[in-house]
Design a binder for this molecule. Structure first.
Ligand SMILES: Cc1ncc(COP(=O)(O)O)c(C=O)c1O
Length: 463
């Protein structure tokens, strides 16, 4: 290679990758004898690998990110124009795209007020945890610093976020974790038989009440925030049960606990509303978002707070510590908000929220039909274009299928040219939920194509 890229022969790319690239979340042993997949190009809902094989992407870039689909020239152009004008200045100063995007974003989030820019979902969540601790020190003598997080939820990859991580397999071998993070039970109704005392009636209220129990056991004056995913993603696509969120909000208000909603997956459109929490009529104090903010066209994450939270960081300006003493170098990159403005315009102009609702309903109908046909599907769950199908060895006992079989379904779909996902090294013995999160531009044909592939795969793997 001389620096030019020959599209007809990327064997050098494959060997350079095999020799030097450490892939995310991957066991590399198999790559000693096989080639890793290299994704070369994308357009709309489809991507092509190094062999030129076309794939329909049912997981928006693998991890629910490319919400407006691949190959959007208007986003690329917006980023290019901005980079030429000004690529970067530290976030201690403002920027034109930062101000414009903040205004547009807050317009979609009634009750919210301030946008803090950074680069990844993990980083945005870390910022929120730092704010909780700083408020505790400034206002409560350091006491009200604990962050509650939920079993099965995931908030990111850093040690701080793993300390708030409800997925034991993701956490394994990375401890010891930071103190001050306390787990509350999950709200997956399908697995309520595994939870002591869980009722058949009013499960949602019961599940929320378990949070109150933890608060009382810890002492409400020690708990600063409750951090939850609106719909749990990697922990099994868990849609909240009836009555859950209303009660959660009540509990937070009762004990003066900040409600931090992690919208890293649901954020910007995935559930058919701008944000997942907006399906449930709740008013958070802090919201974090990343993946769908610019659909992966640039790295951007945001922590959005109410004005009330923001005020706590300027209400005693004589105190040299009385502001959020935090910086994210690349939070000052202007490519992120420039891409995010155009990403939001596309969602609005192409009415992608409506499409998400319509195509999400179709996907749920198709999955329900698959459930009638394949007894290995024990439960289907979803909100908008964010769906899951839990595979069980036995419908009566709800015993999860061996995760190698769930992985075999994913591999079979891949062989058919359809990329689907599965809960991945999240929960010991419970990586058994197939995940679907196609781009918000999906058509009825795309949805049927995806579920047809799953139908074929289930037939072959489970007979
Ligand atoms: C709900 C949730 N929060 C946070 C994160 C972490 O985001 P990032 O990988 O951008 O750090 C993820 C990533 O999958 C996520 O699913």
């Amino acid at each position: 290679m001389d620096g030019t890229f020959n599209e007809n022969d990327i064997s050098h790319i494959v060997s350079a990758d095999k020799a030097h690239v450490w892939h995310h979340l991957s066991q590399h042993k198999p790559y000693e004898t096989t080639d890793p997949r290299i994704i070369v190009e994308g357009k709309g809902m489809r991507v092509w690998d190094q062999r030129g094989k076309e794939h329909l992407d049912a997981v928006s870039g693998g991890v629910w990110t490319v919400n407006v689909g691949y190959g959007r020239e208007s986003i690329a152009n917006a980023v290019r124009d901005q980079l030429i004008k000004l690529n970067y200045f530290a976030g201690s100063a403002g920027s034109i795209p930062g101000a414009i995007f903040s205004e547009k974003l807050i317009d979609k989030m009634p009750g919210m007020s301030r946008v803090y820019f950074c680069n990844s979902g993990s980083e945005a969540n870390e910022k929120a945890f730092k704010m909780v601790r700083q408020i505790a020190h400034a206002k409560f003598g350091g006491k009200k610093h604990k962050v509650l997080y939920r079993d099965r939820d995931y908030h990111g990859t850093t040690i701080g976020c793993l300390s708030a991580g409800g997925q034991d397999e993701r956490n394994a071998q990375y401890g010891p974790f930071a103190p001050g993070f306390v787990r509350v039970p999950h709200c997956l109704e399908y697995r309520r038989h595994e939870q002591d005392g869980a009722p058949v009636e009013n499960y949602g209220v019961w599940a929320a009440d378990q949070i109150e129990k933890v608060i009382l056991a810890e002492g409400p004056d020690t708990v600063g925030a409750l951090c939850l995913e609106p719909v749990t993603a990697g922990g099994g696509v868990i849609t909240p049960p009836q009555g859950y969120w209303e009660r959660v909000q009540e509990i937070c208000r009762k004990y003066d606990i900040l409600l931090h909603i992690d919208e890293v997956v649901c954020g910007l459109g995935r559930t058919g509303t701008w944000f997942g929490y907006q399906n449930y009529g709740i008013q958070p104090d802090m919201v974090t978002m990343a993946k769908g903010v610019a659909s992966g066209y640039a790295a951007i994450a945001c922590l959005v707070t109410t004005e009330e939270v923001f005020d706590k960081f300027k209400d005693n300006a004589d105190d040299p510590l009385n502001y959020f003493r935090d910086i994210s170098t690349f939070g000052g990159c202007t490519a992120g908000p420039a891409a995010a403005i155009e990403n939001m315009r596309i969602i609005e102009d192409e009415k992608l929220l409506d499409n998400t609702l319509a195509m999400g309903a179709r996907m749920m109908d198709n999955l329900a039909a698959l459930m009638d046909k394949h007894k290995v599907i024990g439960d289907v769950r979803g909100k908008g274009l964010f769906c899951g199908a839990e595979l069980v060895a036995d419908r009566e006992s709800r015993e999860p299928v061996n995760e190698k079989l769930a992985a075999a379904v994913v591999a079979d779909c891949m062989a058919q040219g359809v990329v689907i996902g599965v809960t991945n090294r999240s929960l010991p013995g419970k990586n058994n939920t197939l995940c679907f999160s196609p781009a918000l531009i999906a058509t009825a044909d795309d949805i049927d194509h995806i579920t047809d592939a799953v139908d074929g795969a289930l037939g072959r793997v489970f007979g």
